[in-house]
Design a protein around this ligand. Structure first.
Ligand SMILES: [Zn+2]
Ligand SMILES: [Zn+2]
Length: 356
């Protein structure tokens, strides 16, 4: 079965060919269909900002490493006991690439993100098929196309970031980073009643995208003084909710200074493993009573992400589509930053839904 994989560890941005990481289409065996499993013929699988980190060896260096966790497709086969969700062969679906076991200490404590068995069903989705436990699979609303449905997983991350932000209706909200997660968080928090909704982002196209989707303001952190702009926007009070979706150790500097007293700051990205952020406890935790938090996985978020999908404008995130065979080229376009999201078409499937 054709599957996109990292076949050589290294940065995909490395200009030197000898040390650059490599993405190829390789042959992996199809996973067995267990009694509670569902086999999905994959329609679309999107490249995630975390995929280049996998190529760098962040989660291990044993190649080949199969890729793909943001996918949609059609149910092709159902295990003999996989009937608890009412799934049928032919259903259009998306889902969670991780299975939460429900039985370990983390799951039983209501913290599925710390499930000790999440790797058991973590299978590459940039492939012809993927076989998941039925608990991972969600039927797409009829109005959501398969192309947009592959964004269910990143939307679940946006929902989880919104959860951790404690955002209340009317809160002033700023988001740092206008990549796919930042854009999705922006749309989700707009629906949630955010005000003075601001995106901080150096790329002009991404600022414009945010303004089209409900941002009230956009700040260019390179061409403008972001502290002065934040002061103007919030009348000197700061933002009640500050979200980093950039993952950039440079960009996170200063975010605590645009936070209001009592604000929540969510670090909603992956960061360089050796990055240390200096933190003045007296200024930020004692005097300002900030709440600082982060996001690892997105448990309990998929059902709500599914509700939100028809309400989101996903056109800008589904402009760049490549065939599975052209995965190496697709990754080159992804790292070039030319499109906010790059999607692979894994099979040519006739879509029976998707008015939205
Ligand atoms: Zn992802
Ligand atoms: Zn568990």
């Amino acid at each position: 079965m054709r599957t996109v994989a990292v076949t050589k560890i290294g940065s995909l941005r490395d200009p030197a060919e000898e040390t650059r990481g490599r993405i190829e289409v390789v042959d992996f065996p199809e996973q067995p269909l267990g009694a509670e499993d569902v086999r999905i013929r994959v329609a679309y699988s999107a490249i995630c900002g975390s995929d280049p980190h996998l190529a760098e060896g962040f989660f291990g260096t044993d190649v080949p490493i199969g890729l793909g966790h943001e996918l949609s497709g059609v149910v092709e086969a159902i295990g003999e006991r996989a009937h608890r969700n009412g799934l049928q062969v032919g259903d259009r679906v998306a889902g969670n690439f991780l299975r939460f076991c429900g039985t370990c200490a983390g799951c039983r404590a209501g913290t599925q993100q710390f499930c000790e068995h999440i790797q058991d069903y973590n299978r590459p989705g940039m492939a012809e098929t993927v076989t998941w436990h039925e608990s991972q699979v969600y039927k797409l609303p009829a109005s959501v196309s398969l192309l947009k449905g592959c964004l269910l997983e990143p939307t679940s991350v946006a929902v989880r970031i919104a959860d951790k932000s404690n955002a209340r209706v009317g809160d002033r909200v700023v988001i740092c980073g206008g990549g796919p997660i930042g854009q999705l968080v922006l749309q989700v928090l707009k629906l949630n009643g955010a005000t003075s909704l601001t995106l901080i982002e150096p790329i002009a196209e991404r600022r414009e995208m945010a303004l089209r989707h409900g941002a009230d303001f956009a700040i260019d952190p390179i061409g403008e003084d972001q502290f002065q702009r934040a002061d103007e926007i919030t009348e000197g009070r700061g933002f009640n909710v500050v979200i980093d979706a950039s993952g950039s150790s440079r960009a996170v500097h200063g975010l605590l200074d645009i936070a209001a007293k009592g604000a929540t700051v969510v670090y909603g990205a992956m960061y360089p493993a050796d990055f240390q952020m200096p933190l003045n406890l007296s200024d930020y935790l004692y005097l300002k009573e900030l709440t600082l938090t982060g996001v690892f996985l997105s448990p309990y978020a998929f059902p709500r992400a599914l509700q939100l999908l028809p309400l989101l404008d996903l056109d800008d995130l589904t402009q760049s589509v490549f065939d599975l065979e052209d995965a190496a080229e697709a990754f080159a376009v992804h790292v070039s930053g030319k499109f906010p999201k790059v999607v692979l078409r894994c099979n040519d499937i006739q879509d029976t839904g998707g008015a939205a």
